[in-house]
Design a protein around this ligand. Structure first.
Ligand code: GLV
Length: 308
């Protein structure tokens, strides 16, 4: 039985080290070295090879090295092979940091002060209490649920929306298409953390922006496919929205001539909101292999019909 890692080779070398400590009896290979392909039971990949089952005829689990699996071509993965997304504490902490930074920078007018400093302009703007700012998280998966308590700790008024009803202490929870309008209406800073599926592609569009209070801000840390870029530009230019933080784009990298690069109301980062961390990723993968062996459900198991 062996394990193959097929993603960023630099981080792969770190995976190998942690893996050897956690599961010393399991041979670990970094693609394109796969050892004896017939021994490979577990593959961790950002993008599996096109001939997955001919390359690895005895594969038992495909671990995706990312939190999202929307980029995977699921047609190369037979139904019998479970796909497991990365649910690990390193990704969660990174996302909590980034979203906190983005929300606070909007809340405290950070971009304005950076520009003012360049102009040697000593103008103070009123500081609004966090309790007067309504933050809303679209998507209450492991990331959305981790971000909200941190934002709550600053005193923001917090709400979340999910497909199916959920509950969280101190968070106004909305669910389903019927409650989306009410959720948007009370949201001054919207954070997109839903998975990208056929039903969420293009969800950040004119209709959604128009449903937010005028002058709201949007943070997209989901996927580029969630955002209708022209609708965002229009909304920023006509004042429907006041600001956007964009970490994910379609395509990536964003072409050099794209207006987001220079737009005064956009902060753009190159898909770095969060990254899988080798140590905690290995912990999550090893724990899942142990669960599988004991017959317990693996954490992060993808439901292919649902798309996440
Ligand atoms: C990165 O975006 C990931 O899915 O982990």
């Amino acid at each position: 039985m062996s394990f193959v890692y097929k993603a960023d080779p630099v981080r792969g070398a770190e995976w190998a080290e942690f893996f050897a400590r956690k599961m010393p009896d399991m041979p670990f290979h970094i693609w394109p070295d796969v050892g004896d392909a017939r021994d490979v039971r577990y593959l961790a990949a950002w993008q599996p090879p096109a001939n997955l089952m001919t390359d690895f005829p005895n594969l038992e689990v495909l671990f995706c090295t990312g939190a999202g699996i929307d980029h995977l071509d699921l047609s190369v993965v037979p139904d019998a092979i479970p796909i497991v997304r990365m649910v690990e504490t390193g990704i969660v902490s990174g996302m909590v940091e980034y979203v906190t930074l983005a929300v606070l920078s909007i809340h405290r007018d950070w971009k304005t002060y950076l520009e003012q400093q360049r102009e040697r302009d000593w103008t103070a703007h009123r500081v609004r209490p966090a309790s007067s700012r309504r933050v809303g998280v679209l998507g209450l998966g492991s990331l959305g649920r981790a971000v909200l308590p941190r934002l709550q700790s600053f005193g923001f008024s917090c709400a979340g929306w999910s497909r199916f009803p959920q509950q969280m202490d101190g968070v106004d929870c909305y669910a389903g298409a019927d409650e989306m309008g009410a959720f948007l209406k009370r949201t001054d800073i919207l954070i997109c953390l839903v998975p990208l599926t056929d039903s969420t592609r293009g969800i950040l569009d004119k209709r959604l922006f128009d449903a937010l209070p005028r002058g709201a801000a949007v943070i997209n840390v989901g996927r580029g496919g969630h955002l209708v870029q022209d609708d965002l530009l229009q909304a920023l230019n006509d004042g429907t929205l006041s600001y956007a933080v964009v970490d994910v784009c379609e395509p990536e990298p964003l072409p050099r001539h794209h207006p987001f690069w220079t737009h005064p109301k956009v902060t753009l980062t190159p898909h770095i909101a969060s990254m899988t961390q080798p140590e905690t990723a290995v912990e999550a993968v090893v724990a899942n292999i142990r669960r599988l062996k004991e017959g317990s459900p693996m954490i992060g198991l993808v439901d292919s019909a649902r798309g996440y």
